[in-house]
Design a protein around this ligand. Structure first.
Ligand code: ARG
Length: 462
């Protein structure tokens, strides 16, 4: 059946017959038009190389170059007519080039295929996005460093199992995120280094018999070298998968931070207050201030993770080399990239903006017998008890404080001495939250002096 009318059984949503359906499933122009600048950049480099190597004439190169530059401004000014009939960005541009310069346009595709062309375009796009991610992460890290500096001495409860564990400083907690986002930045840089090989000139999959200069195009396009295997080059989307993987890990970090902000800004915690810029009110409950931006960052991680799984699934089991399946790579990456960019910007704004309630944090830091470990450590250090025994003695002190409904520091010396006679007045010097954090001077520990060193180390690295 070749008629143009819609199929009776399943063609309800199509205006016409199989041709239209084919066009709808096949065309990528609706989304790959975003690659126009990369596509033209690649074609300009290719045409220049073809002329340098004598494969096309200098005259044709000049016509091609002028035509491509015209197309670039047409697209930029919104005056370009994209056509689904022409499938994708590559053929849309080539067809327009033929309109503009005539038969010389037909020489541009010598020693090239859409397979290496799309591999190049997409790689260039991902490269730029990785650089943007790097810059956005640097901004977020800088926001955290500023807060960490400001709060190097601000005591807060440290948690394990979300139960009060030991006092830490808010500066130290901020620096934990600096480490996490610092690793994300490292992953972006690693991906950039691996992506740094130029696909152009591998042609359909086997290379070409024309005497092209791949070194030259690689250099023109800002890559260190050409890729080494033509089959791998046109079937590889690792650079996109790596971007999505690092985006998913970064998104996961952002979601943990978002969750902490949500928890910290509840009236029950009250550790931080979000500015009006990053929260909303409730349409029914006048007292409410909702951490919407943080909640949305927490949620957007789902989209990024989805994109990673989607592309992994597209690539899984694909035979070498190019298959049309791979056209499904772009939308996932575009969406994840936009999502990550927005989430990073929102989080950078929130971190710079939030108000820290030092008093609330400090009060919470002392609750829940958070300095019990300090008591045990004192018994080990000053009274020579084995740690296990010190742990046991401290447990009794905690039970006693619980019975009295008081803090460890409020237990009378006589009561403590009744538990262990080695205890002296000196014990009280380690039971405050300030003394506790100041004592954690091991490398990487929460003592303000160590945290300040880490801040300085990161600042010198950025
Ligand atoms: N639109 C295609 C894509 O995005 C370009 C490559 C087409 N290659 C081909 N042999 N049909 O993957």
């Amino acid at each position: 059946m070749t008629g143009k009318t819609s199929n009776q059984m399943w063609g309800g949503r199509f205006a016409s017959g199989p041709d239209a359906i084919m066009e709808e499933i096949n065309a990528s122009i609706d989304f790959d038009r975003r690659l126009f600048a990369q596509d033209i950049e690649g074609s300009l480099a290719h045409a220049a190389m073809l002329a340098d190597t004598g494969i096309i004439s200098a005259e044709d190169r000049d016509k091609i170059t002028d035509g491509l530059n015209t197309i670039l401004s047409e697209i930029r000014s919104g005056g370009f007519d994209f056509s689904r009939r022409l499938e994708d960005i590559h053929m849309n541009i080539e067809a327009r080039l033929a309109d503009l310069i005539g038969p010389a346009a037909g020489r541009l595709h010598t020693a090239r295929s859409r397979n290496d062309q799309v591999a190049l375009d997409f790689r260039l796009w991902v490269k730029e996005q990785l650089q943007k991610t790097d810059a956005a992460l640097t901004a977020l890290i800088t926001a955290f460093l500023d807060r960490a500096e400001e709060h190097a001495d601000t005591v807060m409860p440290g948690f394990t199992h979300l139960q009060t564990a030991q006092p830490v400083t808010f500066g130290h907690h901020c620096m934990a995120y600096v480490e996490m986002f610092g690793r994300d930045r490292g992953r972006a840089r690693d991906a950039l280094a691996r992506l740094d090989e130029c696909p152009l000139g591998t042609a359909a999959l086997a290379g070409t018999g024309f005497p092209i200069d791949r070194q030259k195009t690689a250099e023109t396009l800002g890559f260190s070298a050409p890729t080494r295997n033509s089959i791998d080059t046109v079937s590889d989307r690792d650079f996109a998968l790596e971007f999505l993987a690092l985006a998913a890990i970064c998104g996961t970090h952002l979601s943990r931070l978002a969750e902490e902000i949500v928890i910290w800004s509840t009236p029950q915690f009250g550790f931080v207050r979000l500015s009006d810029a990053f929260s909303t009110g409730s349409s029914i409950m006048p007292q409410k201030k909702n951490p919407d931006a943080a909640e949305l960052v927490r949620a957007k991680t789902g989209r990024i993770n989805g994109a990673l799984i989607a592309l992994l699934t597209v690539m899984k089991g694909l035979p070498l080399a190019y298959s049309k399946d791979m056209q499904e790579d772009k939308e996932q990456v575009f969406d994840a990239a936009e999502t990550l960019e927005l989430a990073l910007a929102a989080m950078t704004g929130m971190i710079g903006d939030l108000t820290v309630s030092k008093e609330t944090m400090k009060a919470a830091a002392g609750a829940g017998y958070s300095t019990a470990t300090d008591l045990a450590d004192w018994l080990v250090r000053e009274a020579g008890l084995p740690f296990r025994e010190a742990h046991h003695v401290t447990g009794k002190a905690v039970a006693l404080a619980e019975q009295h409904g008081c803090a460890l520091a409020d237990l009378p010396l006589a009561d403590l001495q009744a538990i262990n006679s080695a205890i002296t007045q000196d014990i009280y010097s380690v039971l405050t939250v300030e003394a506790s954090v100041a004592s954690r001077t091991s490398f990487g520990g929460t003592a303000p002096v160590r945290v300040r060193e880490q801040i300085a180390w990161w600042r010198s690295r950025l």
